[in-house]
Design a binder for this molecule. Structure first.
Ligand SMILES: [Zn+2]
Length: 265
């Protein structure tokens, strides 16, 4: 079972920026043609020029249609006073098994008090919280810093937190989060490919080895990264750096399954 933990879809072909086909049918065709068995579909509660909002209902309905292939994560905007109610409603209506928050695009730091009711609800329902931590333009970097996830972990020590993009340029900070907190996981989409062939490739692999395969989760960031080519390239790179077959089984699926609630496994 190979699972890709970071995939976007959108009703419009260009919903993830022109040049990327974000339609569900295109994703399903790619899955049919390759080894990836299941993917996490991420709702996105924001609207920025190169990523359009994706509603919980849209993701939830796709998960109802393809329960054997799609695992849905909900998203709400922490600055919305009705966010907790909206999240509760989405989780009650649809088979959504995680919460995605996005400091980079939502402009709200993950240790902001407005995140607390959302994190409390996710923790209460046993859902992992995926937090974008790529560090990329244009939101103030101070709001995006991966170390701010530590505040969330200390406030909700039982919450399982997935660091999306493994901290980006601050991947050593992401490792510090893993060392300091029992339930933090590194999801490696975009950033592993970004550092391949650069002076930082070895350093990034060092972080993954120190974190350990049971704390590392594979993701592609499809459609901004090609689903099957990204899988093949990531697998080749991890093998080249000495990860064993057993470790690869964790990175390409088992670790994610271990943090999902029972109903999603
Ligand atoms: Zn993404």
């Amino acid at each position: 079972m190979i699972i890709d933990a970071h995939v976007h879809v959108h009703p419009d072909r260009d919903g993830m920026g022109s040049g990327h086909d974000a339609r569900v049918d295109s994703l399903l065709r790619e899955m049919d043609a390759g080894p990836v068995d299941r993917v996490v579909l991420l709702a996105e509660a924001f609207d920025v020029p190169y990523v359009k909002a994706v509603s919980n209902a849209f993701v939830g309905r796709r998960c109802l249609e393809h329960p054997d292939r799609f695992i849905g994560f909900a998203s709400v905007h922490p600055a919305d006073p009705g966010a907790a109610d909206a999240l509760r409603e989405a989780l009650d209506v649809y088979p959504l098994h995680g919460l995605k928050l996005h400091p980079r695009f939502q402009g709200v730091a993950i240790d902001d008090p407005r995140v607390e009711p959302l994190a409390a609800l996710a923790a209460e329902r046993g859902l992992p919280i995926a937090v974008d931590a790529l560090l990329w333009k244009p939101t103030p970097l101070a709001l995006q810093m991966p170390l701010r996830i530590d505040g969330l972990c200390k406030r909700f020590p039982e919450a399982r937190v997935i660091v999306s993009h493994a901290g980006g340029f601050r991947f050593l900070d992401a490792l510090a989060l893993v060392v300091a907190n029992e339930h933090v996981y590194l999801e490696i989409s975009t950033v592993l490919r970004y550092f391949l062939g650069t002076p930082f490739e070895d350093q990034f692999m060092f972080v993954l080895k120190k974190a350990g395969a049971r704390r590392v989760i594979y993701g592609s960031d499809h459609p901004q990264q090609p689903l099957n080519a990204c899988y093949a390239e990531t697998r080749e790179a991890l093998e080249r750096h000495g990860f064993t077959d057993e470790e690869l089984r964790w990175i390409f699926g088992r670790t994610l399954l271990s943090v999902l609630p029972e109903a999603a496994r």
